[in-house]
Design a protein around this ligand. Structure first.
Ligand SMILES: C[S@@+](CC[C@H](N)C(=O)[O-])C[C@H]1O[C@@H](n2cnc3c(N)ncnc32)[C@H](O)[C@@H]1O
Length: 190
């Protein structure tokens, strides 16, 4: 059941949607590891028999995520990859049921290191081809910063071109909030 807490922010909504799709034993991808919150959430969803493959370009993200997973005794069944998500096809060789993107910069980290439109779109394309039928991609889009605004426009332009015979593409917005609140894109493979 969806309760009010899922509607507090785009990332919570993403987790809720993920929980409806991902099952124990699945392989899933966290495309933007950051401090590891989504990686941990996905690891809980897939259990000991599944696999989470997580990417980040920052060593700090790998360190923080490793520590977080260890504190929950959940470092097994997770691959932490220090490389860009645009290269995910070099590391993932099986179909996945979900891919989470949380765009922007590492919270409490270097705000100059942000996801970039070109690589984000390559990564979404690759994620779509790795996705199994009825699998989903969630993309939390942060456009409060200048580069985020450009990325938002390009990601939306790309997402609107996806063939409706192959994908359901949904945008979830908090329409009564000020200051460019993050929104969520959800893509489901038919
Ligand atoms: C908003 S943060 C992610 C937050 C994270 N999901 C969490 O739960 O803490 C975005 C992350 O994307 C990372 N990033 C930027 N470009 C990337 C790329 N090409 N591939 C993978 N990660 C990237 C940044 O280093 C940053 O850690």
């Amino acid at each position: 059941m969806m309760g009010a807490k899922y509607l507090t922010k785009a990332t919570n909504l993403a987790k809720h949607i993920i929980s409806a799709v991902v099952q124990e034993g699945d392989t899933v991808i966290d495309a933007t590891m950051g401090n590891g919150n989504d990686t941990l959430y996905l690891r809980k969803m897939v259990g000991n028999t599944g696999k989470v493959i997580a990417f980040d370009i920052q060593e700090k993200a790998i360190e923080n995520t490793k520590k977080l997973l260890q504190s929950f005794h959940m470092a097994d069944a997770v691959e932490l990859i220090h490389d860009g998500h645009e290269n995910m096809d070099l590391y993932v060789f099986q179909e996945v049921s979900a891919v989470m993107f949380n765009l922007g910069y590492l919270p409490k980290g270097d705000h100059h290191i942000v996801t970039k439109p070109d690589t984000t779109i390559i990564a979404i394309e690759k994620a779509l081809s790795l996705l199994k039928r009825n699998g989903i991609i969630t993309i939390a889009v942060y456009h409060g910063h200048e580069e985020g605004m450009i990325e938002k426009d390009q990601v939306l332009a790309y997402a609107t071109t996806l063939d409706q015979n192959q994908f359901h593409v949904l945008r979830l917005d908090f329409i009564n909030q000020k200051n460019n609140p993050p929104f969520l894109l959800v893509i489901e493979k038919k």
